[in-house]
Design a binder for this molecule. Structure first.
Ligand SMILES: Nc1ncnc2c1ncn2[C@@H]1O[C@H](COP(=O)(O)OP(=O)(O)O)[C@@H](O)[C@H]1O
Ligand SMILES: Nc1ccn([C@@H]2O[C@H](COP(=O)(O)OP(=O)(O)O)[C@@H](O)[C@H]2O)c(=O)n1
Ligand SMILES: [Mg+2]
Length: 209
């Protein structure tokens, strides 16, 4: 005790503040490759991958009281109220034992963003934005073959509309704060990962200075 680190973690009221986890938001349209690239990042950089969509799908499977509501919203491509999603994210963060997270597919609208900030007081280090044409994303979603209830052309069209109307403004918000690292996600998986690595290495090098 009494080290410089302890002093830095001591708030003005004298309590020891818990160190906030490092968070990178991973955003991009449906099918842009967020999940695929997060799996690669986990292998190389020691992050824990938290997919908001995966957590919501697990919640449906668990038979929770919110399950039917979440299922209905996913089938319509709508965004589940942040209260539900943030609780799932917080639980996963606590249970992980890690302090570095890739939060994939969240925040997806202004309500998600503002509520997460308000509840957790966590600011993302940066936002990885996977930029890809709708044509390519549609092709990928229609051949994803994971048995997802929302990978059909009707729901895909709704998800694209929600992405343009609700999710892009969140990316623009972080852009205005200089936090967006845009990646050309239309290239093959390995090439996209080269771009991702360049961004993450730049962060590590900065942290080491
Ligand atoms: N760069 C890529 N080129 C071609 N197919 C890709 C690429 N990245 C991902 N895919 C495939 O596209 C589908 C959607 O990828 P996924 O990672 O699930 O995207 P997201 O999480 O953004 O919806 C998957 O079947 C995946 O294997
Ligand atoms: N923050 C989030 C993330 C996903 N979701 C829901 O989960 C669906 C699937 O999200 P996902 O991130 O797994 O989808 P992909 O972008 O990976 O294809 C979304 O279309 C929403 O209905 C949500 O409501 N809120
Ligand atoms: Mg995904």
């Amino acid at each position: 005790m009494g080290t410089v680190v302890d002093a830095a973690n001591t708030e003005a009221n004298g309590s020891i503040a818990e160190k906030k986890p490092t968070v990178v938001f991973v955003l991009g349209g449906p099918g842009s490759g967020k999940g695929t690239q997060c799996a690669n990042i986990v292998q190389h950089f020691g992050y824990t991958h938290l997919s908001a969509g995966d957590l919501l799908r697990a919640e449906i499977k668990s038979g929770s009281e919110n399950g039917t509501m979440i299922d209905d919203m996913i089938k319509e491509g709508k965004i589940v109220p942040s209260e539900v999603t943030i609780k799932l994210l917080q639980k996963a963060i606590q249970e992980s034992g890690n302090d570095k997270f890739l939060i994939d597919g969240f925040p997806r609208n202004e309500e998600n963003r503002a509520a997460f900030e308000e509840v957790t007081k966590i600011e993302p280090e940066f936002v990885l934005f996977f930029d890809c044409s709708e044509e390519e994303m549609e092709r990928r979603l229609l051949s994803r073959n994971q048995g997802r209830a929302d990978d059909n052309i009707e729901t895909i069209r709704k998800r694209f509309k929600v992405f343009l109307e609700s999710s892009l403004p969140v990316i623009q918000y972080y852009e205005s704060k200089g936090k967006v690292r845009k990646i050309d996600a239309a290239k093959p998986v390995e090439e996209v990962f080269e771009s991702v690595k360049a961004v993450l290495k730049a962060k590590d090098e900065k942290a080491a200075v």
